[in-house]
Structures are given as C-alpha cells and as structure tokens.
Design a binder for this molecule. Structure first.
Ligand code: SAH
Ligand code: SF4
Length: 358
C-alpha cells in the first residue's frame, strides 16, 4: 500500500483510511499535497469566510471537555444583546464576508428559540437576503430547526464529537441530556429539514485510537455530510478531562494528525466544505494556513465583540481573545494568501456536495 495508489481509487477501505492517518515522512507529505490539490480541482482555489458570532456562553450541558460547561463556576456568563449581534452582522457585511455563523452554548427555552428566529429574520432583512447564515446552536427539536430554517438559516453544524458510542460516553455525563443516540438522530433531523449539514470531531482526545478516527471519517461518509469542522482537542483546566492530560499526544502530533484527517476526508469526499478551525490556530500559529494547504476551504474569523471573547473559552490558548474583529480580518487575509489560495469575498460558498444532490 502507498498513498499514491490509495488516492487513485474512488472508494477507500477502513484499512486504507488508517494507512493515511498513520502515514509519516514522504507518504504524509504526499497525502497533504493531494488534499490541497483535490480541493483546488473539485471546489476551486477560493476559501470562503464565515464571520463567527459567539452568541452566549450559557450552556445547559456538561460535556467533560468543554470550558463553558454548566458546572464550570469560574466562568462569567454572558449573552449578546440583539444590537451586539446585528452590529457583528453589519461588520461581516461591510467586510464582504458573505456569511456568518451564530454559535452558542446549548439552550432551548422558548425565549432563546424566539430570539434566534427574530435575529435570523432581521439579519436577512438588513442584508437584502445577501448574508448567508450558518447555525451552531446544539441539539434542538425538529420544530425549532424548521422555524430557524424558515427564517432564513441554511447551514447547520453539529459535531458528533466522537462517532464511537463507547468513546462518546466517556466524554459526556451518562444522562439523557448527553445521549449519543439522540445526537445521531438530531443530525438526521437537521438533514431532513433541508439544511446543509455539517459535523465533525475532536482529534487527540484521551482514550481515542487511530481506529476511532478512521471510523469517524467513515461515519461522515456514511451519513453523507455536506460540511465538516474538526480540530484538535485542547485541554482546559476547569474540566473533568483535564485529569488525563498526561495521556495526551503532544500538540505537534495533534496538529499533524488533524492535517492528515483533513486531507484524508478531502480525498474521500471531494466536494464538501471543510473548515480550518480556530483550535488549529490555538496549537500552532500557522495551523489554519496548514489546514487550507491540506484541503480545507472555509475559515471562520471571530467577529464577536472583543469584550466577550475571553468568556467564550471552550479550551485554553484560544486565539484572538483580546483582539478586535478588525485585527483578525487582516491576519486571516495573510493566512489565506500564505496558503496560496484566494478569498471568496461576498458569496455564500455553499457546499457543492449539497448542491450536487438537489
Ligand atoms: N454548544 C454547541 C456549539 C458550541 S461548542 C455544541 O456543542 O454543538 C462548539 C464545539 O467546540 C464543540 O462541538 C466541540 O467540538 C468544540 N470544543 C469544545 N471543547 C473543546 C476543547 N476542549 N477542545 C477542542 N474543541 C472543543
Ligand atoms: Fe455546551 Fe457545546 Fe460546550 Fe457541550 S460543547 S458544554 S454543549 S458549549
């Protein structure tokens, strides 16, 4: 087996995927190069931007890895005002980003559902329908997903986090609020409502094996996702998983494994959208450029008002926590140019995979 013969196939066995993830040296370089080349060939050399608005760090859940989990009492909680959100959306319009992402801790009160619906409608009205809207607001009912879709959101991100149910259970409390089965069902509901559907995993988690990661990629292929956002797991000291920090691979190894995951997924699912995530930048300042070089085609500049950024710490060393949006924008341009790609300004940059199924 070698990388060149694997990538000349159309269908990849679990063994071949594992081979890609375990590749080193020249084989690894050939894999990353192929990821970048296939991106250019199948989705163009444009990288699309989604301005990320971190709406609230108030969360009903208690995921063992996450810094804003409900039981972390050291976090000062916030929720953006409507004006904060609309200002951020105006900023994205002024910068010609094309799209925004609204992300938040998981809440499902009627008030929350209504406010999000109204914000989506207002952003659509204000931008004459031009700003694309992705949501990343956790598990909701079908009715809620439908409401937000009808209001104008058209893409949804919900990471499976770990597709192996046994591993998933080690990362979450054992209660109905954190059920693996629900998470899988909810992903299907999101698809059924009509969203371009994205999922993803964390890479380098305690207890996670290479086989788990190969199976994660097979899971994404089997449920036929349109988009993917995956990044390295980064420990946070106020979380239960922090006690396993000595068992983790080095941050450098997490970086290279994430790049191999991106390249392998790009080769397996040629025309989906793949994000080069902020967590990649948290472990290496060149991380996001390397993600693009390995096959990613989406970047999510943080446009949350500066004073709230330090409170949305999912993990430690999260970048740009005290930078204003403007600084992040210029550094993003540098990242994209550095990766030899262009910015796809002013367009949605929808998943070609989704469109090919219509
Ligand atoms: N509450 C929503 C969206 C916000 S969390 C949800 O959970 O879907 C967004 C993502 O942050 C999660 O899907 C998770 O994969 C990631 N995340 C949380 N803690 C992390 C950590 N310690 N390291 C890396 N990524 C993390
Ligand atoms: Fe809440 Fe999402 Fe963090 Fe889980 S990962 S605790 S749902 S914000």
């Amino acid at each position: 087996m070698n990388i060149r013969s694997i990538i000349s196939n159309d269908n990849y066995s679990r063994e071949e995927i594992l081979y890609c993830l375990n590749s080193q040296g020249d084989d690894e370089l050939a894999l990353l190069e192929a990821g970048g080349r296939i991106r250019k060939q199948f989705v163009s050399n444009k990288v699309y931007l989604r301005g990320l608005i971190e709406y609230s760090n108030i969360c009903a859940k208690n995921c063992f890895y996450c810094g804003i989990r409900r039981e972390n009492k050291t976090v000062g909680r916030y929720c953006l005002s409507d004006e904060n959100v609309l200002d951020a959306a105006r900023f994205a319009m002024a910068k010609n980003y094309g799209s925004i992402v609204i992300q938040s801790g998981e809440l499902s009160s009627p008030d929350f559902v209504k406010r999000i619906e109204q914000l989506i409608r207002e952003i659509k009205r204000m931008s004459d329908g031009n700003l694309g809207i992705t949501l990343s607001l956790g598990e909701q009912t079908e009715e809620t997903y439908q409401k937000w879709y009808d209001a104008g959101a058209h893409r949804y991100l919900l990471r499976i986090e770990a597709s192996n149910p046994t591993l998933y259970k080690k990362l979450h409390p054992d209660d109905p609020l954190h059920s693996y089965e629900t998470r899988v069902n909810v992903l299907q509901t999101i698809k059924k409502v009509g969203y371009q559907t994205g999922t993803g995993v964390m890479i380098g988690l305690p207890f996670q094996t290479m086989e788990d990661l190969a199976d994660d990629l097979c899971f994404m292929r089997d449920i036929d996702i349109d988009m993917c956002g995956m990044g390295p797991y980064v420990e946070h000291k106020e979380t239960p998983l922090f006690q396993y920090r000595d068992q983790l691979m080095s941050q450098n190894d997490r970086l290279s494994l994430t790049l191999k995951m991106i390249a392998t997924l790009r080769i397996m699912m040629k025309n989906i959208n793949i994000a080069s995530t902020t967590a990649l930048q948290a472990i290496n300042k060149e991380g996001r450029a390397q993600g693009i070089l390995a096959g990613a085609n989406i970047l999510m500049p943080n446009i949350t008002p500066g004073k709230f950024r330090d409170s949305y710490l999912l993990y430690e060393n999260k970048p740009s926590t005290n930078e204003e949006a403007e600084d992040s924008t210029s550094s993003l341009e540098a990242i994209i140019l550095h990766a030899g790609a262009e910015i796809g300004y002013g367009v949605w940059g929808d998943s070609l995979h989704y469109k090919s199924k219509l």
